[in-house]
Design a protein around this ligand. Structure first.
Ligand code: PEP
Ligand code: MN
Length: 332
């Protein structure tokens, strides 16, 4: 941490601050100039509250050197994390498609959708527990939905990703290969801590009002409890724009990959909320370096019980897969 001290800062207050850092086991180095003075704090100041330091009356500004997220940071782990689910690899140069309906609706619908996408998608998605804005909207099939997912996994061989909403649901996820934490739960720290204690990969979606630093800190919660298998998912953030459901922050992709070794997946479906925008934004995500895509697919989008406006047909999904491969080949 680099601290620029205010002109005329009282020497005894500077000394007091130095003592405070030293009592935390950190080393301090001062440069006292005629006009400007600096204090460098070394030895792992990542956990120090920079806002508290900034609020002191002798402090002009504070620059962090070490990141507050040490485990997810690429600084301490330069090589990409590769997550393996059976034969599927996520991250490290492979491109993975996660696809399926927003919600599990019935065995027949899920199986038909899975059969329509299984040539292109490696992981089948489907929500059994649905976080809905309205308490009167369909809340998901719950336990029965998980059972349908398990059956379709057996029938198609596709590994599963599904959303958990509460720690109490964890026992139901035994046969779910990847557990999704939705945007609304990105800062549910008790849930993140519980998921850090298991080994299963966690698909962590960015909160719609969260900064990249907050997003990475949430991933840090999971890693700090011992689970290194986290997939980051950019799914659009809230801005002043109302033409789309959210605004897809594609600059997050190269930035997250620069800052962290974790795989980064893009969900253009929830970002745009409009079926016709899914393909162009999916292709853009592949072009800017994403490690995969999560896409909502339905065989009868107009009859989908949730997120009908953004569901694409299996044919459209398969054309995305084809074009993504062309983009990836062109960029090699
Ligand atoms: C979902 O994937 O179905 C979902 C609810 O997504 P998000 O948490 O990104 O809104
Ligand atoms: Mn959805």
């Amino acid at each position: 941490m680099l601290i620029i001290l205010r002109q005329g800062a009282a020497p005894e207050k500077i000394e007091h601050l130095e003592d405070w850092f030293q009592n935390q086991g950190l080393d301090t180095y001062k440069i006292i100039g005629e006009k400007q003075s600096l204090m460098a704090v070394l030895g792992g100041a990542g956990h120090i509250d920079a806002d508290w330091v900034r609020s002191l009356d002798i402090v002009e500004s504070v620059q962090r050197i070490s990141k507050p997220y040490t485990l997810v940071s690429r600084d301490n782990h330069p090589e990409d994390t590769v997550i393996e689910v059976g034969d599927v690899k996520i991250g490290g140069g492979d491109f993975t498609f996660f696809a399926g309906p927003c919600s599990v609706e019935s065995h027949e619908t899920l199986l038909t959708i899975a059969n329509g996408i299984k040539d292109g998608a490696q992981i089948l998605r489907g929500g059994a527990f649905k976080p809905r804005t309205s308490p009167y909207a369909f809340q998901g099939m719950g336990r029965e939905g998980i059972e349908i997912l398990e059956e379709v996994k057996k029938e198609t061989g596709m590994p599963l990703v599904s959303e958990i909403m509460d720690v109490s649901q964890l026992p139901l996820f035994e046969n779910v290969d990847i557990i999704q934490v939705g945007a609304r739960n990105m800062q549910n720290y008790e849930l993140l801590k519980a998921l850090g204690k298991i080994e299963k990969p966690i698909f962590l979606k960015r909160g719609f009002s969260s900064t990249l630093q907050e997003f990475l800190m949430s991933a840090e919660y999971i890693l700090s409890e011992g689970n290194p298998n986290v997939i980051l998912c950019e799914r659009g953030i809230r801005t002043f724009e109302t033409a789309t459901r959210n605004t897809l922050d594609l600059s997050a992709v190269p930035l997250l990959k620069e800052k962290s070794h974790l795989p980064v997946v893009v969900d253009p479906s929830h970002a745009c909320g409009m079926a016709r925008l899914v393909k162009p934004m999916a292709l853009a995500a592949a072009a800017c370096g994403a490690d995969g895509l999560m896409v909502e697919v339905h065989t009868a989008p107009d009859r989908a019980v949730s997120d009908a406006s953004q569901a694409i047909l299996p044919e459209t999904f398969n054309s995305i897969v084809e074009d993504v491969h062309k983009i990836l080949a062109a960029l090699k």
